[in-house]
Design a protein around this ligand. Structure first.
Ligand code: SF4
Length: 252
């Protein structure tokens, strides 16, 4: 019975991935209903700074981490973060991994169980598939930078809450500011809608190349979804070829 329930949840997640949230009632999309925030990479909004000063649970304000001059410094400033409830339930803080000067960056939604244990994004089966996908377009993991919107695992691999994404997003933006990638590949609908502040289905998101403060953004499937639905690999292949082509054009 428990196994059947698990399978049903995975099936519904996959349907949601393809068709979006319209199939679902009772889902909190507050973050997407808000007017588009000016997520300037250089500056976070004063309002957010004030909010987080109030939530200054670890003696760190957003202003302080904004001063980090490199990824190492940023990591050490934020790795004890407790600004949302996930700080209490994580095993390991998952900052990101790869080339700090990468021209290509990959962004997922949140750490899963393996990532939470190892402190590295995209490990385990989905991580291995991502490594293979990268290899197929002539990238090694060391060449690119891989990170998630959330740095801590949502319990039970549930979807990140809008409030968690909103709280954690400034860290990712600071990472992007420091790395200065030319092209970003978003892995999955949640990561793409989160980064681009949109409310689209994965099919719609995959149709376009987006401009994120001058950085080109391509969207494809999350590798965990590809493991459940190998039929989607063909579509993913088209997406990553587009990603590689853009990278080649922008770095020529
Ligand atoms: S998920 Fe982000 S905001 Fe929440 S505790 Fe972890 S690092 Fe902090």
């Amino acid at each position: 019975m428990e196994e059947l329930k698990k399978q049903l949840i995975e099936l519904l997640k996959d349907q949601q991935l393809i068709f979006g949230d319209d199939l679902f009632e009772n889902i909190n999309l507050d973050i997407y209903e808000k007017p588009k925030k000016e997520l300037a990479i250089k500056f976070v909004q004063d309002e957010t700074i004030e909010k987080n000063k109030e939530l200054n649970l670890i003696g760190l304000t957003l202003e302080e981490f904004q001063k980090a001059e490199n990824l190492e410094e940023l990591n050490s400033l934020i790795s004890n973060c407790q600004l949302c409830p996930l700080g209490k339930t994580r095993n390991k803080f998952v900052f990101g991994v790869g080339n700090p000067n990468a021209n290509a960056m990959l962004i997922g939604e949140a750490p899963g169980a393996d990532e939470d244990l190892q402190g590295e994004p995209f490990v385990g089966r989905a991580g291995k598939l991502l490594t293979d996908i990268l290899k197929a377009i002539n990238f090694t993991r060391d060449e690119v930078y891989i990170a998630n919107i959330l740095k801590c695992r949502p319990p039970g691999n549930r979807d990140p809450l809008p409030s968690e994404m909103e709280t954690c997003m400034p860290y990712l933006l600071k990472q992007i500011e420091l790395i200065k990638p030319k092209v970003i590949l978003c892995l999955g609908r949640i990561a793409a809608n989160g980064l681009l502040n949109k409310k689209l289905t994965l099919s719609a998101l995959r149709e376009n190349v987006y401009d994120f403060y001058g950085i080109k953004v391509v969207v494809t499937y999350h590798p965990a979804a590809l493991l459940r639905n190998p039929n989607w690999k063909k579509g993913c292949w088209e997406d990553v070829k587009k990603f590689r082509k853009l990278y080649d054009e922008l770095t020529a």
